[in-house]
Design a protein around this ligand. Structure first.
Ligand code: SAH
Ligand code: SF4
Length: 400
């Protein structure tokens, strides 16, 4: 038998042997969802099939959003049977549980293997850097699930997180594991499917601000971005990735030809406070993060977003705003600031800032000529807001 292996993107570098695909199907199924057109073409070549068949399958997986091989009617039955016999299945992550907020936000527990991961749908949302640029004041539609005109999907990159920011509920889970490209992109496709989104008719933005630190799962994260761009059809400038400041990741990101926009979780006015609330600052301090961000060739009109979680009494005072102004000026970057009032969570001893202190902070930055937005909290009642993703099963459950 000839040596026949090929590299699967979905497993990020693992070699899957296709030898003996016609032998009895192995009990472990391989997921087609997550393979890009090139990987599917390689697979079909191994199976003795023509490349256009791989294109048909990619179209079915990513544009028609099939969940079973039976639904791929563009492929002959014999080929579908061959794939099944070889141990392949669609294997797209699916929504296991849903929770709906009074503001129209929905939070999903999405099944990825034996564990679930969280994804959030925000109709008419502004919970991300993307919308804040538009300075939208539009009210949410009364029935947000059926008459939304645009939406943001908040996507997870890992199950749990290793970074251990003191104010974040996800940190309490620790890092359970990295998600594969198929599991990251699959969250988006499952949610698009649920809402029957037609991408050419509606405006959907993605924010990689769910569970986990995308730049500590860099290869899989970027492979997912490429799947979402090339196969699903969402343009990179419609995506924003947020990092806690993982310098090697930012440096790699700067080299990408096509990439999402970037948000940096600054969250503090100086290194001392940042170190106390974000232990990662000991490894890469604010100056190191800013140096890395400066290596990015920004597109015309593109800006980096500094996210700033406001902790009552700790980071929300006028002297903190003054420090942030100096810091942003010294950074000498095309930048804007997103203020996020801290969202509470069980077992975390911080205070939310008052609405007045958030407004005053914004005014101070605006007066200094810094574009500053206040991010409206979404889905707090169902633990869907920033930093609240911990696979909580509280909240109004929906039939999924
Ligand atoms: N791990 C990445 C992306 C996910 S967190 C990062 O940290 O950037 C997304 C945003 O939510 C970050 O800006 C983070 O600082 C913020 N955040 C975390 N916990 C929060 C909380 N309890 N309230 C408000 N924002 C929070
Ligand atoms: Fe991880 Fe981001 Fe939460 Fe920090 S804020 S623990 S990096 S998810």
């Amino acid at each position: 038998m000839t040596e026949s292996t090929y590299k699967s993107d979905a497993t990020a570098g693992t070699l899957i042997s296709l030898d003996g695909y016609a032998a009895e199907a192995s009990p472990i199924r391989q997921q087609l969802f997550g393979l890009d057109s090139a990987a599917l073409t390689a697979l079909f070549q191994e199976l003795g099939e023509r490349p256009y068949r791989a294109k048909q399958l990619a179209d079915a997986l990513y544009r028609q959003r099939v969940t079973h091989l039976d639904q791929v009617t563009t492929l002959p039955q014999s080929l579908r049977d061959k794939l099944t016999a070889a141990g392949w299945e669609v294997g797209r992550p699916h929504i296991a549980e849903s929770f709906r907020s009074i503001d129209g936000t929905e939070r999903y527990l999405i099944q990825t293997g034996i564990q679930t991961v969280e994804t959030v749908w925000m109709p008419e949302g502004d919970d991300g850097a993307e919308f804040s640029e538009e300075n939208s004041t539009e009210a949410s539609s009364p029935d947000a699930t059926s008459s939304w005109r645009r939406a943001t999907i908040c996507v997870s990159s890992q199950i749990g997180c290793a970074v251990n920011c003191q104010f974040c509920l996800t940190a309490k889970l620790g890092l359970q594991r990295n998600l594969t490209p198929g599991e990251i992109a699959g969250q988006v496709v499952a949610v698009l499917d649920r809402h029957r989104v037609e991408l050419n008719k509606s405006r959907v933005n993605l924010v990689f601000m769910g569970m986990g630190e995308p730049f500590l799962n860099y290869d899989n994260f970027m492979a997912a971005v490429r799947l979402l761009m090339d196969e699903v059809g969402i343009a990179a400038p419609r995506m924003t990735v947020s990092t806690s400041g993982i310098v090697p990741g930012i440096l790699r990101f700067a080299q990408e030809k096509i990439r999402p926009k970037l948000a940096i979780s600054l969250n503090a006015p100086n290194d001392e406070v940042r170190e106390a609330i974000m232990p990662v600052n000991r490894k890469w301090n604010i100056a190191a993060v800013l140096d890395a961000v400066r290596t990015i060739p920004f597109r015309p009109r593109e800006r980096v977003t500094f996210e700033y979680v406001m902790l009552g009494g700790i980071t929300d005072q006028p002297e903190h705003a003054a420090e942030v102004i100096r810091l942003v000026r010294r950074a000498n970057l095309p930048a804007m600031v997103n203020l996020i009032a801290w969202n509470p969570g069980p077992g975390i001893a911080f205070n939310s800032p008052t609405a007045e202190s958030v407004a005053a902070f914004q005014q101070q930055l605006l007066a200094a000529g810094i574009q500053t937005y206040i991010r409206r909290p979404r889905g707090r009642d169902i633990y869907a807001a920033c930093g609240q993703l911990k696979r909580t099963t509280e909240g109004a459950a929906l039939a999924s």
